[in-house]
Design a binder for this molecule. Structure first.
Ligand SMILES: Nc1ncnc2c1ncn2[C@@H]1O[C@H](COP(=O)(O)OP(=O)(O)OP(=O)(O)O)[C@@H](O)[C@H]1O
Ligand SMILES: [Mn+2]
Length: 505
């Protein structure tokens, strides 16, 4: 009934359909599956700080895991952290290098818990969990606090860090307190395991760019900048930002229902849009109360793990020599005097040791994020003048992606000094194999609020990194190499081919 010609045409049609399906459907699927099996993000769900889901995605868009899983190359983040320069240089811990002794930390927590329990019995006011030394001893907070040392806030690789980040994102809140603050509402959260953290709510979406005419000192605080700054600081191997994770807080269930603090309860209200909101009174730079609202209950924000209390780990608050004027008219001396650094260089403690170099590290970090709000900084008193600077409060970074604020680099450009270790790491991150934007994009995928930064902000990091290297190059043209690059690593890494335009002059 079918002629030979018809049979031939049917076979031709079927084989064409099969070829098309094979080329455009089956092969790409197989290819993706094979890549996924190599993808480190999906090797083990526990590796990621938080199980990611599209509902955890603050922007409402699906989580962008697809883009990464399609990348056939191996993880750049892993490659960076296994680079010899990131693996070496682990200085041995000597007695006194640790910030806290375990015995003191446990004794202090025990004492505080006893006081809290007494107060609870007396007033019935506190809702916090009853102290259990077993829970505290097993907590990731204690592990974090005991790991802080003379070199950094946390070690390069230790499983407790991922677990702490997960705790920040998911652990039940046991108590919340509105922190008195400058101009932005923030909450101190306490957890069942006696950990504490600072919650900064979303005030601005990731997509909004700070408008041209907004001064840095009235700029919003951005929760996503706090999260991104933690990742950037870790990638730069500074490890001077306390661990931060993104989280969606249910304002009704996790704060309003739970608190028995009448003052805090009284600050809740329902907005005209039917969203749950709370307000706080600001202390300065504003005249009225200010509020944050959930959608309708959920509010996303950054959660920063608290460092040990000041009673057991004192910190010194220091004015940044390159701080800005917080008025419209005035200018600071560093803005008008090109020789300002000469003065700083001769002023203790900037005249010796690493304090000045640490300020320059901080300026490099702030330039990358675009943070102009570094008026003060803090250091642990125990580690003295050479101790690292704690990179607290990064919420005013990542405001403008289309503008690079070169004045933030003033400590580097005016002093023409940089630690060799910092320069080498910047150099690694400028190479295509380790590109900073790619590594940041990958690192931020681990956060529950992924995508934390928009693409233009990620790409701005590469551009700014080039600007830093250019500034160093300019210094090297004007000064002796040894005056610019301060050798804090020795010749241990001379075997590495850094391949940089700056270093290979
Ligand atoms: N993770 C943390 N651990 C310990 N202390 C912290 C932490 N985060 C913030 N703090 C303390 O709280 C202070 C204020 O925090 P931060 O600067 O981030 O908030 P802010 O809203 O800018 O407040 P302010 O207007 O008071 O500066 C910090 O200077 C620091 O002393
Ligand atoms: Mn601040």
């Amino acid at each position: 009934m079918w002629s030979a010609r018809s049979r031939f045409l049917i076979v031709l049609l079927l084989s064409t359909a099969f070829t098309v399906d094979l080329l455009f459907n089956i092969l790409p699927k197989l290819h993706q599956r094979s890549i996924r099996s190599q993808c480190p993000c999906e090797e083990s769900p526990n590796r990621s700080a938080v199980p990611r889901s599209s509902s955890a995605n603050g922007s409402g868009a699906p989580a962008e895991s697809g883009r990464w899983s399609l990348d056939p190359t191996l993880s750049k983040l892993r490659k960076l952290f296994s680079h010899p320069f990131y693996r070496g240089q682990s200085l041995p811990r000597r007695p006194g290098d640790q910030l806290l002794e375990k015995e003191d930390a446990v004794k202090y927590c025990h004492y505080k818990a006893k006081r809290a329990n007494k107060k609870r019995a007396r007033t019935g006011e506190l809702t916090g969990t009853r102290y259990s030394s077993k829970v505290y001893l097993a907590s990731n907070w204690l592990k974090f606090h005991l790991a802080i040392d003379r070199y950094a806030l946390y070690p390069r690789s230790d499983p407790f860090l991922d677990r702490l980040l997960e705790d920040l994102a998911v652990l039940d809140v046991s108590e919340a307190v509105v922190k008195p603050s400058g101009v932005h509402l923030k909450l101190l959260l306490k957890f069942q395991n006696f950990g504490k953290a600072m919650f900064k709510p979303m005030k601005q979406t990731r997509e909004e760019e700070t408008p041209e005419d907004v001064f840095y000192f009235v700029d919003s605080q951005r929760h996503n900048a706090e999260i991104a700054a933690f990742h950037l600081d870790r990638i730069l191997d500074f490890r001077r930002v306390p661990p931060v994770a993104g989280r969606k807080l249910n304002l009704s269930k996790e704060i309003q229902d739970l608190t028995r603090n009448e003052d805090l309860k009284a600050t809740f209200f329902i907005s005209p849009e039917n969203n749950v909101c709370l307000f706080a009174r600001c202390l300065y730079s504003c005249k009225t109360e200010y509020a944050v609202c959930g959608r309708p209950h959920l509010l996303e924000g950054s959660v920063s793990a608290f460092l040990p209390d000041l009673y057991i780990a004192q910190r010194e608050l220091i004015k940044n020599p390159w701080s800005r004027s917080y008025t419209f008219a005035n200018k600071e001396e560093w803005e008008i005097n090109p020789n300002y650094c000469e003065k700083v260089k001769h002023t203790p403690p900037y005249n010796k040791g690493s304090r000045l170099l640490n300020v320059i590290d901080m300026a490099i970090f702030d330039f990358l994020t675009g943070n102009m709000d570094r008026h003060h900084f803090e250091v642990f008193t125990k580690f003295g003048k050479d101790g690292y600077i704690i990179h607290f409060d990064n919420a005013r970074g990542f405001g403008k992606h289309s503008h690079d604020e070169l004045s933030i680099l003033a400590p580097l450009t005016q002093c023409c000094r940089i630690k060799k270790s910092t320069l080498l790491r910047l150099d690694i991150l400028s190479q295509p194999d380790y590109r900073l934007s790619d590594i940041m994009r990958e690192s931020l995928l681990h956060d529950a609020l992924s995508p934390v930064l928009t693409e233009p902000h990620l790409l701005a990091l590469d551009r700014r990194l080039q600007a830093i290297l250019k500034a160093v190059q300019k210094c090297l043209q004007q000064h002796k190499d040894a005056d610019v690059i301060k050798d804090d690593v020795g010749d241990e890494f001379d075997f590495i081919d850094f391949n940089s335009s700056v270093l290979a002059r």
